[in-house]
Design a protein around this ligand. Structure first.
Ligand SMILES: [Zn+2]
Ligand SMILES: [Zn+2]
Length: 201
């Protein structure tokens, strides 16, 4: 089944009564989708069962178009699970967070006090920490899981694995909030470096 066929099937599933078929693949997919949707609906506190729902923010397909996510970390962010749908805003946020992680992963440990990895790492930590201030759901699990990662790890592959596993283990969902906070952090540190450079005095 191609991605397009799968989406077409999922959309049909919630518009019409799908007959139980003899196709085991379809039956299994239908079971997964129902379980996924129920979890998302419960979390969003909605009782609207009429449409597909973005697994991450709970927006319903009657308001927006949903698709499968095309970010670069489907396993760690959870969007690679079959039947799990995302809205365009969450997909964009996945990509922004993934880009920031790629920036962290591409840097090497230079020394313990400065260097690009620590700058990007601290932006991420602060962005995650700031989520707690306005969220109903605590993001402390992700903050703790990231704090347990060793940002001084010299071996890049191990460091990458640890960080991605943190997202996977806590089943992090608020990517839109995190992407927004990362933008603020990046803007703030850009301002700080402009001020340090002495352009504005
Ligand atoms: Zn969403
Ligand atoms: Zn994704």
């Amino acid at each position: 089944m191609t991605a397009a066929q799968e989406i077409e099937f999922l959309e049909k599933l919630y518009r019409i009564e799908v007959q139980t078929t003899m196709d085991r693949e379809i039956n299994r997919l239908a079971e997964n989708v129902v379980a996924e949707i129920q979890t998302a609906i419960e979390r969003a506190g909605s009782d609207d069962l009429s449409g597909l729902i973005c697994f991450y923010c709970g927006v319903s397909v009657s308001d927006v178009k949903l698709s499968r996510c095309s970010c670069s970390f489907p396993e760690s962010f959870g969007c690679g699970i079959r039947g799990r749908m995302v809205c365009a805003d969450c997909e964009r946020a996945h990509k922004q967070v993934a880009d920031h992680l790629e920036k962290i992963f591409s840097t090497a440990v230079v020394n313990r006090v400065n260097g690009r990895r620590f700058k990007f790492w601290h932006q991420l930590s602060r962005a995650v920490r700031a989520l707690d201030e306005d969220a109903e759901v605590t993001t402390l699990p992700l903050f703790c899981a990231l704090a347990a990662c060793d940002e001084f790890e010299v071996e890049k592959a191990r460091f990458r694995h640890e960080v991605l596993k943190a997202f996977q283990d806590v089943r992090f969902l608020n990517f839109q909030g995190l992407a927004r906070n990362l933008e603020t952090e990046e803007y703030d540190s850009m301002l700080r470096s402009v001020i340090r450079s002495g352009i504005f005095r």
